[in-house]
Design a protein around this ligand. Sequence first.
Ligand SMILES: [Zn+2]
Length: 499
Amino acid sequence: MTSRPSRHTHRGLAHPLPAALLLLVLSAALLALAACSPQHTEKDAALSYTIELDFDGEREIDLLQEVTVPSSRLLCSELAFHLYPNAFSETSFTPICPAEEKEEVYYNGESFGEIEILSVETCGKTSNYEISEDGCILRVPCPDAAEDTVTVALRARLLLPECNARFGVSEDGVHLTGFYPVLCMAEDGEWRTEGYSPFGDPFFSESADYSVTLRAPEGYVVASSGEILSSEVKGGVRTTYAEAGRVRDFALFLSRDFKTEHTTAETDGREVEVRYFFTDDPDPRATALLAARAVTRFSSLFGAYPYPVFSVVQADTGAGGMEFGSLVAVTPDASRENYAFTVVHETAHQWWFGIVGSDQLNEPWLDEGLTEFSAAYFFLQGGEPERYRDAVLAATAHYSRFAALPEEVGFSGKMSRPLSSYVSAGEYVAVTYSKGLLLFDTLFTLAGENSFIAALADYCRTHAYDTATADDLAAAFLSQGFDASGVMNAFINDTALIR
Ligand SMILES: [Zn+2]
């Protein structure tokens, strides 16, 4: 996302298990824990989601989802899924936005949403399941996988909150991101189950293939991750079918007010369709062309944009912008200059978040810092060196203000630490975006332009559709003959002096 934070919460039990059964499940899980072995991350069978949605045009959606999971992803014969919509519930453990943004986010007064799981089947058989106390994690036991894949079919009902956020009915339309049960990442033999956060992007997911059918009242214009392959109206209902391959997540935005602008970008001799869905833009053609130029430029620098379509959607998700699989959301901004930077920043995320995933909960600077740098570099390359310089100066001034705060405030310049360790959205932005940009600007200066860009292209190629770490980035620089580890460690461990 860009620098204005967004938020979410947790919730209570949607479907509690009887206490005795819960005990049994917990005991079995404890016994099995020693036998758990981390698997995963191999580029074998693809993870895939087939989703059907029936939207009533108000605040309710019926959801059917079938997830096909390579059996190598099973941990202790169990699968775990994030239920992000329950972060928006009344009983959530965490607010979805900082207190100072509440009025703007909840435009119609406080409002709640949720996902209620109605049934679960694994491999065609009705299955037990367990939902965490905060409502945000669904655990499904699975048969020992004799087959290559395990199929989990879920039925659920979504209630949309009224809010300008990533999930809900906003003032301009309907935002459906993180709306479906998302398979957790596995790490060191355990599921990553961190909850929502009032700021930052508390998400970390695998690339997957998606087939999504949405039925909604015909008045809605639909923007979607991937490619919309059909859109038909019958009896007042528009049925939209979309597919997306190897994307980090799947997002839908609906509005009765969307107007559209189309253009194309060039990637590796191939045309990518660029679609811009807007409600309030004095020069939509210019915005669409800017996004297309960014796709073309980043393709030639880092590696070809791999998807057939890139969609840019105007929507207030509670941040200046937010990235999703082959789609980005940008909040309308009165300043054309800020708006242009946000569009390019979100577009760069298609490489740093989308193609190369990273741990946004523990190393958020890795994608945000690189994305901030990429946006600034786009303008430098495009003949606007002053915009690059201004971005670096602004980041220096912004970070220095935070670094000069008295110790009692609790500010830390350490970069690789959990999202939950940040005391405020301001600290998070200063360390992740501003200091992140400064780290990459320093590496750019020291490595030289050619080596620097070659290292990023190598990083992109080596970790495409997978996830990468700071060590992987350092290895990419080393492959170009530049040892970046000293500078990276000085920034990350907060021993570098920035002023
Ligand atoms: Zn961002």
